[in-house]
Design a protein around this ligand. Structure first.
Ligand code: NAD
Length: 355
């Protein structure tokens, strides 16, 4: 059972529950930290087994957003929201989304909503009918699909990993394996192909695999084989929790760097095991921050040039984290950097070792 004590232990500032009887909306917004600024985070629609599961999910996800925004060097905190669906795959309605928009509006900009699992650009535009504090729509607010920016940030993170591994940052002739050819995976494949890499791809959706094979000359492998395929870089871009002890033992790569959120089953344990096995891991919440940088940057009024520069800075931040880790867990080093930035109130603090 998660109570105000859990919130205290995890360091949350505020957790708000809301219901709208007319549309049936039941939702929670969790604001983890505003130490660095107002907080942007997605709105997830999900059918949870219990209310307690929903609460824990929003507490965990909002804390993760604080660390992601801090590592991205944004003057933004961390928050997230969940809509509790009465049944799996409950269809989204305009009434529900607008009620959610009104709920978001009650926080007066402390929380800025965006797309997440179960929501869409349309849902965001519906929310934006009721509040200015939402990003990622196409008609009632701006931002659109952040996937190209996420892919570019992941590519930048890969460059830092290559550099740290002493391989320069030239992708020519490198073999890169991508799990998941969805929005981010396809854009990432395009960037890697243009940079001269050869690609190995996998997806449960065969049409996406065929598209990558015909556009980029990619080789396809089965969904059960992609994580153990021999390659220079492995990029999980589908689901979370795909790399645990069994997968680490089977890895045939020196670099693990992908866009999927929460790639590791147990980050504390698995990041240490990766370091022990000599696999360089670019922490997912650092390298996949291109999307949040894009949406938060638009909210903050950054120009397109600023956004590009901040996306490119993912390479520098990843390099800093790899160096701070010094052969140990890069996940721990990333969390330490995020915490140091939040504590100091300086989102651009260079290293967790700085005072
Ligand atoms: P998406 O739904 O467009 O793509 C996911 C793809 O993975 C789909 O094509 C799906 O068929 C495929 N897939 C599912 N199960 C698979 C399996 N077992 N093996 C191989 N492929 C499988 O999602 P997306 O927007 O491309 O996001 C990909 C990942 O990156 C997600 O984990 C997401 O949370 C994370 N992420 C995305 C963004 C963004 O800007 N879209 C930002 C940060 C993090």
């Amino acid at each position: 059972m998660h109570t105000i004590e859990t919130m205290t232990q995890m360091g949350h500032e505020r957790v708000c529950f809301h219901q709208d009887t007319e549309s049936g909306l039941k939702a929670i917004i969790a604001v983890h930290s505003t130490k660095l600024g107002n907080a942007l985070g997605g709105t997830r629609r999900w059918h949870y087994a219990s209310e307690d599961d929903a609460l824990y999910d929003v507490l965990r996800l909002s804390q993760g957003m604080s660390y992601k925004s801090a590592c991205a060097g944004l003057p933004m905190g961390g928050a997230k929201s969940v809509v509790l669906l009465p049944e799996p795959n409950w269809a989204p309605t305009e009434a529900e989304a607008r009620a959610m928009g009104r709920f978001v509006d009650t926080l007066n900009g402390v929380y800025i909503a965006a797309e997440d699992v179960g929501t869409s650009i349309q849902y965001i535009d519906w929310m934006a009918q009721e509040t200015n504090h939402v990003k990622g729509g196409e008609t009632a607010c701006d931002g659109g699909d952040p996937s190209p920016w996420t892919a570019k940030g992941t590519f930048n993170g890969m460059k830092a990993c290559l550099h740290y591994a002493g391989q320069g940052d030239d992708f020519t002739g490198l073999r890169v394996a991508i799990q998941g050819m969805g929005h981010v995976g396809m854009y990432l494949a395009e960037l890697l192909h243009d940079a001269g890499a050869s690609l190995v791809v996998s997806d449960i959706n065969t049409a996406r695999v065929e598209e990558a094979c015909s556009r980029f000359g990619a080789e396809s492998v089965g969904v059960d084989d992609i994580l153990a395929t021999p390659c220079d870089i492995l990029a999980p871009c589908a689901l979370g929790a795909v790399i645990g002890p069994a997968q680490i033992e089977a890895l045939q790569t020196n670099i693990l760097c992908g866009a999927a959120n929460n790639i590791l089953v147990n980050p504390d344990r698995d990041a240490a095991a990766l370091a022990d096995s000599g696999v360089l891991y670019g922490p997912d919440f650092v390298v996949n921050a291109g999307g949040v940088i894009h949406l938060a940057g638009l909210y903050l009024g950054y120009t397109i040039d600023d956004l590009q520069e901040r996306n490119d800075a993912i390479e520098h931040t990843t390099a800093q984290i790899l160096s701070d880790a010094d052969g140990g867990s890069t996940y721990d080093a990333a969390i330490a950097l995020a915490k140091a930035r939040i504590e100091s109130g300086n989102p651009l603090q260079e290293s967790c070792h700085a005072s």
